[in-house]
Ligand binder design. Structure first.
Ligand SMILES: *[C@@H]1O[C@H](CO)[C@@H](O)[C@H](O)[C@H]1NC(C)=O
Ligand SMILES: *[C@@H]1O[C@H](CO)[C@@H](O)[C@H](O)[C@H]1NC(C)=O
Ligand SMILES: *[C@@H]1O[C@H](CO)[C@@H](O)[C@H](O)[C@H]1NC(C)=O
Ligand SMILES: *[C@@H]1O[C@H](CO)[C@@H](O)[C@H](O)[C@H]1NC(C)=O
Ligand SMILES: *[C@@H]1O[C@H](CO)[C@@H](O)[C@H](O)[C@H]1NC(C)=O
Length: 390
């Protein structure tokens, strides 16, 4: 196609002239520089001329298609532009370079001695951010196989797996895809629930990137069976109290719900279940029992229990107010001591004043009023007895 274009474009004279001249090739009057460019970039291909005598300069691509015939475009590819044509330098540019543009570009000068020079164009393809492929869902207790893939680079990218700034050695393989290479690095690591959410990185380095890297972060999603835990309410519960139990669950995937139940019985009808909480208002002693919280996911199930004891409010005061009780005990002891003292004093007095007093006391024990009257009549012991009776 391109050749046809050239043929159409050029007069047959020039072609015949060119073919004739090629037979006497000498490499002296033209110099070309090798060029390396990133894919998608713009390459400059320059030919230095020496002792240019006005003869025809032909530039050809690696397939020997003529791009420019003495400054005139010959191949219909707008990516090529002639930017300079002086007696010292001919320069063309090629934009949006692809790997298929690689190869030797010919600068030919047709003089009596025809000269040509080749500028080798090399195209570098830096890797994209690599991809991570996971063979199967990581599950606790098993090994996970992670493959980092750089589908396209030139030359081959170097892939490394990094975790916590340490490299994890893997199995590297390369596949040639014509002009570019695909590279992969596969690691196998054992995982458990502590690895869930951990981040691994796959870094691609490449000459075109310098010290920079293209990095793909991969967050481990490790599936594991659930755990459940009931935090027991503090203190003790008495009749009329409200019980709130909250069940904390883990697991991946997180169980959607928890199931509340009561061992060998049914939940009280008043019980309210909200999410992972169980609320039993107005506790009664019939609510005693073992309450279960259960959860499950694909990988297993878990349960925790709480044993409810509903106490009688009266019983609670005895067992749980030790300090006030001690004080009451102390006061009682003092009272008893005082009573004994008074009794001793009274006995001593009555021994001193035998006679009508004892008769009065014996007859007056049942009726305070009478006794008091009797004491009032007896001036000596009035004070002490009054105290006793009060
Ligand atoms: C240009 O590249 C070619 C092929 O890679 C090589 O043979 C030649 O020596 C290079 N020329 C210069 C000037 O670097
Ligand atoms: C080729 O192009 C150059 C620069 O434009 C010009 O000086 C020269 O005369 C041309 N040669 C021929 C044979 O047309
Ligand atoms: C560059 O070339 C590629 C194919 O090689 C093409 O898909 C893309 O559209 C081109 N970009 C421009 C800006 O011409
Ligand atoms: C439930 O009943 C079984 C058999 O009747 C008994 O062995 C078990 O101890 C009971 N559990 C509770 C928590 O009451
Ligand atoms: C509930 O538990 C308390 C504390 O052990 C006990 O005193 C009470 O008798 C129990 N009630 C029933 C119905 O089991």
């Amino acid at each position: 196609m391109a050749f046809i274009a050239v043929w159409n474009y050029l007069s047959s004279y020039f072609v015949v002239f060119a073919l004739f001249s090629l037979r006497t090739v000498q490499c002296q009057a033209v110099e070309a520089e090798n060029v390396t460019v990133l894919e998608g970039g713009t390459a400059q291909i320059s030919c230095r001329l020496q002792n240019y005598d006005g003869s025809i300069v032909v530039i050809q691509n690696p397939r020997r298609q003529t791009l420019f015939f003495n400054g005139t475009r010959a191949l219909r590819d707008d990516r090529f532009q002639m930017v300079l044509f002086t007696p010292l330098l001919v320069r063309i540019t090629l934009s949006n370079v692809s790997v298929w543009d690689e190869g030797g570009y010919f600068c030919q000068l047709y003089t009596d001695d025809t000269h040509h020079q080749v500028a080798t164009l090399s195209v570098i393809v830096p890797p994209e951010v690599p991809l991570v492929e996971v063979k199967a869902q990581p599950v606790e207790g098993a090994e996970v196989e992670l493959t980092c893939v750089s589908t396209r680079s030139k030359p081959a990218a170097v892939l490394r797996w990094i975790r916590d700034r340490l490299e994890i050695p893997g199995v590297v393989s390369q596949q040639d895809n014509g002009k570019t290479v695909s590279v992969s690095n596969t690691i196998r690591i054992p995982v458990d629930r502590r690895d869930d959410g951990a981040v691994l990185s796959c870094e691609a380095s490449h000459p075109a990137l310098g010290v920079q890297r293209r990095i793909r972060h991969y967050r481990l999603d490790v599936h594991f069976p659930p755990t459940v835990h009931i935090e027991p309410p503090p203190g003790i519960l008495t009749e009329g109290d409200s019980l709130t139990l909250t069940c904390s669950i883990t697991g991946n995937p997180l169980p959607r719900s928890v199931q509340w139940s009561r061992v060998n019985s049914t939940l009280p009808e008043r019980a309210e279940i909200g999410g992972s909480s169980l609320i039993v208002p107005r506790l009664s002693r019939t609510d005693n029992g073992t309450y279960l919280c259960q959860a499950h996911n694909l990988y297993g199930r878990a349960a925790d229990h709480y044993t409810l004891l509903v106490y009688d409010p009266g019983a609670v005061v005895e067992t749980h107010s030790a300090v006030p009780f001690a004080v009451i005990g102390g006061v009682l002891a003092l009272l008893v001591f005082a009573v004994i003292c008074v009794l001793i004093v009274t006995t001593w007095c009555s021994l001193r004043q035998k006679g009508s007093y004892l008769t009065h006391e014996a007859s007056g024990l049942d009726e305070h009023g009478e006794v008091q009257e009797a004491f009032l009549n007896d001036g000596d012991v009035r004070e002490g007895n009054k105290e006793y009776l009060l």
